[in-house]
Design a binder for this molecule. Structure first.
Ligand SMILES: Cc1cc2nc3c(=O)[nH]c(=O)nc-3n(C[C@H](O)[C@H](O)[C@H](O)COP(=O)(O)OP(=O)(O)OC[C@H]3O[C@@H](n4cnc5c(N)ncnc54)[C@H](O)[C@@H]3O)c2cc1C
Length: 395
């Protein structure tokens, strides 16, 4: 069996090792797959953000600040959208222990918004205080896929019970995301994703002949391997398996093609829906840029949920937070393209607000410790060119 993370961190051939090299006999034909117009002049946005990564895993725990109960809810690495509802459910349980009438949430990203909505549902009046509104946050610059164990902790540093806690968060979040399926604007949807490879499947000739041969450290020889935890097996029952499909039943000229079904967050719509839900339930938003925890205590709220993402490094002096730089480019949306692709370490997700193109040439360690938020146009164009090569040879 193979999952998206396996596809991205290893070569396709390696990821499929152990699977049958024969196409699945129960293959269900695909609808016609519209070609992607992969041209650099169709790039409408290049966004960079820093994943808020903690080697020990996300911080979801309480701290006393004088009379104020602070509940931390930050440090979700590459999984913040995926785990949001589950992590926030834990945080809100801690926050509501004394049934406060008023709750302040610091931060308006995926974690802040889901915490705020869950605190409202638990009966509190909620004010969000944040430097940035959702559209300006890291959360707005994410890829938008269900990736609950992407860069969530380091194997040697993960908190002892993290696997169990993570599983609970992932299962809770998975159920909550389902509530947003089928809504106007399509905040959440399921799509097919194809992993297309030029490699000869291992077991056929025993060698990798294509260029899709990146390892966990990929092309970034300077980056030391960091050994992220991998928990996907714990929730294997939630999502369908990837299956090899006959390449000639798809438009792709390739040696091997596999297909999975993945949950996608259309971030513009999802964010808009969450903001609306928050305001409709009486929520208030205040712009605020806190320099010290004392300024937060001075708000006079008995309970504060701290969802400041990477901002917690400066605000809470949490030196354990490591930036993991990531970049996505968006092409003009193509509504007729309703499938995702992984090809030569380029990931494509057909979000409704733009066709996301992301390079994983450096493997999962790419961007580890890199705080540079300047967009790299050359990287984006190279990823688009890689896609273009696939569609040119498949035409
Ligand atoms: C390229 C890339 C792709 C990604 N793809 C995915 C994906 O497909 N799926 C997935 O699940 N996750 C993905 N992620 C990870 C995800 O984006 C993050 O885990 C998530 O956005 C973190 O959300 P957050 O709410 O904790 O932080 P943020 O979105 O950063 O929000 C933090 C909030 O706190 C506020 N704040 C911070 N400091 C202060 C302060 N001092 N005073 C006041 N306000 C403050 C900010 O203004 C902001 O409102 C990706 C990340 C990157 C970089």
């Amino acid at each position: 069996m193979l999952n998206r993370r396996g596809l991205l961190q290893t070569s396709l051939a390696a990821a499929l090792a152990g699977c049958s090299t024969k196409p699945d006999s129960s293959f269900e034909p695909s609808p016609p797959l519209a070609p992607i117009r992969a041209r650099a002049d169709r790039i409408i946005d290049i966004a960079v953000c820093l994943r808020p990564f903690r080697p020990a895993g996300p911080r979801v725990e309480t701290e006393r600040l004088g009379n104020v109960l602070v509940v931390h809810n930050y440090g979700h690495g590459g999984s913040g959208w995926s785990l949001s509802w589950g992590s926030s459910a834990r945080a809100v349980r801690l926050a509501m222990q004394a049934s406060p009438a008023d709750v302040a949430v610091i931060g308006c990203g995926a974690l802040g918004l889901t915490s705020a909505i869950l605190a409202q549902r638990a009966g509190a009046r909620v004010t969000i205080y944040a430097r940035d509104q959702l559209t300006e946050t890291t959360s707005a610059r994410a890829t938008g896929e269900w990736t609950p164990d992407s860069r969530i902790a380091l194997a040697h540093a993960a908190a002892a019970n993290l696997g169990t806690v993570w599983e609970e968060m992932a299962r809770t979040a998975f159920k909550a995301h389902r509530n947003y399926l089928g809504l106007p604007g399509t905040p959440v949807e399921w799509i097919d994703q194809y992993a297309v490879s030029d490699d000869t499947p291992r077991g056929t000739t025993g060698s990798n002949t294509g260029s899709n041969t990146g390892s966990n450290t990929g092309g970034s020889a300077a980056i030391p391997p960091v050994g992220f935890v991998s928990y996907a097996r714990r929730i294997r029952d939630l999502t369908p398996n990837w299956r090899r499909v006959p390449a000639d039943a798809t438009p792709f000229k390739a040696t091997s093609v596999s297909r999975g079904e993945i949950m996608v967050f259309n971030i513009a719509d999802y964010g808009h829906t969450l903001m609306n839900d928050f305001f409709i339930a009486g929520g208030q938003f205040r712009r605020a840029d806190f320099r010290t925890p004392a300024q937060i205590a001075a708000l006079g709220k008995p309970v504060v949920i701290n969802c400041t993402g990477f901002g917690a490094r400066a605000l809470w002096r949490d030196e354990s937070l490591v930036p993991v730089r990531g970049q996505i480019a968006r092409l003009i949306p193509q509504p007729e393209v309703r499938y995702g692709l992984v090809y030569r370490h380029v990931l494509t997700v057909p979000r409704r607000d733009g066709l996301v193109v992301q390079s994983f040439a450096g493997g999962e360690n790419q961007g580890y410790g890199d705080i540079n938020e300047a967009p790299d146009r050359a990287e984006a164009e190279q990823a688009v060119r890689t896609l273009a090569e696939l569609f040119t040879k498949s035409a």
